[in-house]
Design a binder for this molecule. Structure first.
Ligand SMILES: *[C@@H]1O[C@H](CO)[C@@H](O)[C@H](O)[C@H]1NC(C)=O
Ligand SMILES: *[C@@H]1O[C@H](CO)[C@@H](O)[C@H](O)[C@H]1NC(C)=O
Ligand SMILES: *[C@@H]1O[C@H](CO)[C@@H](O)[C@H](O)[C@H]1NC(C)=O
Length: 434
């Protein structure tokens, strides 16, 4: 009786950040762990190497010391690598030039973020803050050694503050002009940090002559920690202050007719919501397309848990849900997904978390988007299957659906960021004014 319930629940909470594959033979790439959640998260760590955020063998070396199913071992392996890399960064003789400085500090920052990833099941664990402070300090060292240093910004919203980082490419000195450039506003999803977006889209965007503004709102790592705020569904409250900022404070650098909004993972919902209420955005990228969070997971509840949830018996459902968090029999993906959801939505109640997800659906406003939308689907993203297509259908000719397949077909194109960027910038080039 208990086991099917657990598996059913596991599938429910697995939807936001996972490869769907259950075993190595089903993975489209070489397996990095027998634990499918760890496999995916190691692949994510490797992914950031392409744009200066990690190194391959050190990550694979850390992965070798991780015990499947053991969150603490995942954290410890990456802590060890993070502190070792930080030591390298502190060696002043070795860091004789800005390139050495940023590559070492950026990698240390990535490893600190990775070490934090599975820890949110216990909110009083002090590592949640200490590792994050380490990642922020390390990342800031990298930012200040960029050819054009990245700038941290705190942008006021109605009753919270958006954390952001502004990046711009090197100017073409010979032309001696302040040119207004296309600009990407980039937000992450259920768990990722704005720093991850630097090693995903910002580096190749700068190379292509774009400005970038990454940001975090309520529910995202820094705002969740510093302002104690979980996700809010009315995401235009986060993005509109950013557009105000760009068009006012950065008007010399920003081409107001080429302002694109990018939402990663669960950020596919957030960006769609913001774009529906923010007409100054010129194009939207939803990677991936999210139609309705609750609708995506409720059919996968075990019948027992679904019945308990629908009965409104919050106390019993909370007890069952909390029982999953530390149960080694529950797949890592499920334990992590539930713990991360409760943390990011800022509730200790599995019941309230699941109720909250009902507000994250686009059907009531998606047709208010009046600009081109790139909707990304991924073959190995089983849970959302059909949802990107529904977003595309609702938008009709305004939307282009692109499906990444095979080895490129993981959630958010983990391990295939070059492919993602080539395809995405090709589309942006096509739809933005010449
Ligand atoms: C959570 O972490 C704190 C601090 O490390 C510890 O004292 C406490 O026992 C942990 N709680 C659980 C349920 O593991
Ligand atoms: C912030 O504003 C929103 C919407 O106006 C409101 O629902 C919320 O309670 C406010 N939060 C705080 C902490 O004041
Ligand atoms: C660039 O243009 C500005 C304004 O026209 C001028 O003051 C400045 O001397 C120029 N700089 C160079 C390096 O040509």
């Amino acid at each position: 009786m208990r086991v099917p319930a657990l598996i059913g629940s596991a599938m429910v909470v697995a939807f936001l950040q996972s490869p769907n594959s259950a075993n190595a033979e089903e993975e489209p790439v070489l397996s990095l762990s027998t634990d499918s959640s760890f496999h995916f998260e190691v692949l994510v760590s490797l992914s950031e190497a392409l744009y200066g955020g990690s190194d391959l063998a050190p990550v694979l070396g850390a992965a070798k010391n991780i015990t499947p199913g053991d969150f603490e071992s995942f954290s410890q392996a990456f802590q060890k690598l993070a502190y070792k890399t930080k030591d390298q960064a502190l060696d002043e003789e070795a860091n004789y030039d800005p390139m050495n400085v940023r590559e070492t500090w950026f990698s240390a920052a990535t490893y600190f973020r990775r070490a934090d990833f599975y820890l949110h099941n216990n909110w009083t664990n002090p590592l949640i803050n200490t590792l994050w402070d380490e990642q922020t300090n390390a990342f800031d060292k990298g930012l200040s050694s960029l050819p054009v240093p990245g700038q941290r910004l705190q942008i006021p919203a109605d009753n919270f503050t958006v954390e952001a980082i502004w990046y711009e490419p090197m100017s073409h000195q010979s032309k001696n002009q302040t040119s207004q450039r296309p600009t990407l506003i980039l937000g992450n999803g259920y768990d990722g940090a704005q720093e991850d977006l630097y090693h995903t889209v910002v580096v190749p965007a700068l190379s292509r002559g774009w400005n970038c503004l990454t940001y975090e709102g309520p529910g995202h790592p820094t705002v969740r920690r510093k302002q104690n705020l979980g996700f809010i569904p009315d995401w235009e409250r986060v993005v509109t202050p950013l557009v105000d900022y760009l068009l006012k404070d950065r008007s010399n650098a920003v081409d107001k007719d080429k302002l694109a909004l990018f939402g990663f993972s669960f950020g596919g919902y957030l960006a769609a919501r913001a774009a529906a209420f923010e007409p100054r955005i010129s194009a939207v990228v939803l990677d991936g397309g999210v139609w309705d969070c609750y609708e995506a997971f409720s059919p996968n509840l075990s019948p027992e848990l679904k019945e308990l949830f629908d009965s409104g018996n919050k106390e019993a459902f909370d007890e069952a849900g909390r029982g999953l968090l530390d149960d080694p029999l529950v797949p890592s993906q499920a334990r992590w997904g539930l713990a991360q959801g409760m943390w990011a939505f800022n509730t200790q109640s599995p019941y309230d978390f699941m109720q909250a997800t009902k507000k994250y659906a686009v059907k009531d406003f998606i047709t208010q988007i009046k600009v081109p939308v790139f909707v990304v689907d991924a073959e190995s993203e089983g849970f959302f299957s059909g949802q990107p297509q529904r977003v595309k259908d609702a938008l009709g000719d305004l939307a282009t659906l692109h499906t990444f397949t095979g080895a490129e077909g993981y959630h958010c194109q983990a391990g295939a960021f070059s492919s993602l960027n080539r395809v995405m910038f090709g589309w942006l080039n096509k739809v933005l004014p010449k």
